[in-house]
Design a protein around this ligand. Structure first.
Ligand code: ATP
Ligand code: AMP
Ligand code: MG
Length: 207
């Protein structure tokens, strides 16, 4: 059987549970002997923007002028491609997860997290879209004091965003011919969501 090396882009609206689900998926894959790397797109943007003195926290990034966000976004995408290319042949079966956003709400409107100048570098084998209900997302945002997501805290906005998230994810998937896989992250069941994601990667993406 050929060596499995896959890039999985994970998207979903703020507070839906991407980072939580990925942490569990990583542990599961490690116990199965895979080499796994999670690249949090926001971490890379944050690192660069802190160095430039433009933000102090990750939730300030989407408030910056779009021109700045766009420039950093493209540089980060190139850097991620470089890292994946440098590491992909070093190990055995490897999974590269990219924890990111299909759509970002900016002051000038909904903006793609994966436009052509980004997705062409990431080249995902699958785009996994994590979803939950508006009520579930709202209660997760309220419980999670480590983040400032109040600009995403209105039920009507969240309902629009769930739709926008799918639409933007579909356009990105179309740009690179990647499949879109939708996962429902049920309340109290992040582990089940993670196990489904693992199954998609190690069983269904292999063939
Ligand atoms: P962001 O895009 O802002 O980084 P995210 O999608 O990565 O958000 P997380 O930080 O993973 O979201 O999760 C937000 C909160 O929801 C966390 O407090 C996490 O513990 C909780 N959470 C995630 N999944 C579930 C779940 N299935 N059931 C209950 N709580 C959950
Ligand atoms: P996160 O912790 O995933 O919410 O990421 C922090 C922030 O990074 C997000 O709120 C966005 O402002 C930014 N970000 C993450 N991924 C992207 C992307 N693909 N394009 C533009 N901005 C992004
Ligand atoms: Mg996160």
């Amino acid at each position: 059987m050929s060596k499995l090396v896959k890039t999985v882009v994970v998207v979903g609206i703020p507070g839906v549970g991407k980072t939580t689900v990925l942490n569990i998926a990583v542990n599961e894959l490690l116990t199965k002997g895979y080499v796994v790397k999670v690249i949090n797109f926001g971490d890379y943007m944050l690192q660069e923007l802190i160095q430039q003195g433009l933000v102090r926290s990750r939730d300030e990034i989407r408030l910056l002028p779009l021109k700045i966000q766009r420039e950093v976004q493209e540089r980060v995408a190139k850097r991620i491609r470089y890292e994946i290319d440098s590491e992909r042949d070093l190990h055995g079966e490897s999974i590269f997860f990219i924890d990111t956003h299909a759509v970002v709400k900016t002051s000038t409107g909904y903006w793609s997290g994966l436009p052509y100048h980004v997705v062409k570098y990431l080249m995902p084998d699958v785009i996994a879209v994590i979803e939950a209900s508006v009520d579930e997302i709202l209660s997760r945002q309220v419980r999670d004091k480590s983040r400032e997501r109040s600009d995403y805290g209105d039920p009507k906005l969240l309902s629009d965003l769930l739709m926008m998230n799918r639409m933007f994810a579909i356009s990105s998937a179309t740009l690179v011919g990647a499949p879109l896989y939708i996962l429902y992250n049920r309340e109290g069941s992040a582990k089940e969501t993670a196990l489904e994601l693992v199954d998609v990667i190690i069983n269904r993406l292999r063939v």
